[in-house]
Design a protein around this ligand. Structure first.
Ligand code: G3I
Length: 367
């Protein structure tokens, strides 16, 4: 741990009157007695984390977390019953050249999940971001592009057939105003909105058992964007397109209010016959000059986590709740939002924040 981080952690532990020994107890206890999130969870309810690696991690002064950090892997295995590839199944990683796939890390994640009795969420197949340059700048004809997407989905979904519980087939296809991203999403721009239905059909053919999702941020509440999803999914299902789920990412910030209508929103999607999920939960905050969150911030953060989990637990079709990383040192938040951070449920040494404890007790109450 970097000295500055260590000082921060020590300071925070004292400030919260948490004995530092609690850092040691963060190591996964032997199974049973609800000492971990997954042990506390009700039967059939999946509590997940993103698997850190790729993306922003590549510019950070530490080696790849998933492949190099053994304590990290231990906590990942002990605490969670579902894992999502943070970056490793995205196009730029898994399909770096037109005629070459790179399955190494994605395979390792799926293997890790099987060894630890975890399910996997696949992320993602049709998105505007993190596409390789060969694709974005390729000057392909429409027929070629269509064939490229079809081949990609068939290959990637087919490779993990039977091993992925939920796929984020289409990610972030609407703007906050509820308009399709026709400018920056290469697939929709070049091939029209009909390509979305095709993506779901191809994915379903490649793995009939995987549940196929739309996934986005800023769709926790009822708003223009979630309305757009609701209308689109209703139409697609009426047309027999294999869409099985709708998920809200759940990237919240203490600088904004909590979306009180989260449960109501999930329920209207459930009413369409869909599975629902929270897939990328974290709660960031503007940090004080010290860089250390105040007790009040930590309490409010725990409250946001708890309310998101409770909303999901209150919806019968919401059986999957995933956090976007569990330890602050690997979080994407400080990289993207200057002055913000502390968004996850564990300090850098894997000791547990109030948010962790409240998640675990909320799960245990529903067991
Ligand atoms: O591609 C550029 C490369 O050209 C450039 O040289 C390099 C230098 O900074 O950056 C590269 O971009 C990086 C990108 O991953 C692709 O590897 C970004 O810096 C990096 O910040 C980015 O991070 C990932 C981000 O998705 C990209 O959108 C994060 O690790 C990942 O946690 C994050 O995850 C997303 C979900 O997939 C979807 N929902 C939102 C969530 C948080 O942003």
């Amino acid at each position: 741990m970097k000295p500055a981080r260590l000082i921060m952690t020590l300071f925070t532990a004292v400030a919260l009157s948490m004995p530092l020994a609690s850092a040691a107890s963060a190591a996964p206890e032997a199974s049973g007695h609800h000492h971990t999130l997954r042990a506390a969870a009700p039967k059939g309810f999946y509590i997940g984390s993103a698997v850190a690696g790729g993306g922003h991690h590549e510019n950070q002064p530490y080696p790849d977390p998933f492949t190099s950090d053994r304590p990290y892997r231990k906590v990942l295995a002990a605490e969670f019953s579902s894992v999502s590839a943070e970056n490793q199944m995205k196009w730029e990683y898994i399909h770096p050249e037109r005629n070459r796939y790179n399955f190494g890390t994605a395979d390792a994640i799926v293997r890790f999940a099987q060894q630890n009795r975890q399910v996997v969420r696949g992320h993602t197949l049709l998105w505007h971001s993190q596409n390789p340059e060969w694709l974005e700048k390729g000057q392909f004809t429409k027929d070629e592009l269509r064939a490229i997407l079809r081949e990609h989905i068939t290959t990637v979904v087919g490779r993990y057939a039977g091993k992925i519980q939920q796929w984020d087939v289409a990610n972030e296809i609407f703007t906050d105003a509820g308009a399709l991203r026709t400018a920056d999403n290469i697939w929709i721009r070049e091939l029209g909105p009909g390509i979305i239905a095709d993506a779901f059909r191809w994915a379903h053919r490649a793995d009939p058992r995987a549940k196929l999702f739309f996934n986005d941020y800023n769709v926790e509440g009822v708003n223009a964007k979630s309305d757009a999803y609701h209308a689109l999914i209703k139409d697609l299902r009426a047309a027999g397109v294999p869409v099985h789920g709708f998920s809200a990412q759940g990237h919240l910030s203490l600088d904004y209010g909590f979306p009180d209508d989260l449960e109501r929103n999930l329920k209207r999607f459930a009413a369409l016959g869909l599975q629902t999920a929270l897939t990328e939960v974290d709660v960031r905050m503007t940090l004080p000059a010290s860089g250390v969150p105040t007790e009040a911030q930590l309490r409010q953060q725990a409250d946001y986590y708890q309310r998101m989990l409770t909303a999901c637990l209150n919806v019968s079709t919401c059986r999957s709740f995933t956090i976007w990383g569990f330890v602050d040192k690997y979080s994407w938040v400080p990289v993207f939002f200057q002055g913000q951070g502390a968004a996850t449920v564990m300090w850098d040494d894997f000791s547990r924040k109030p948010a962790y404890h409240v998640l675990r007790s909320t799960l245990a109450e529903r067991r």
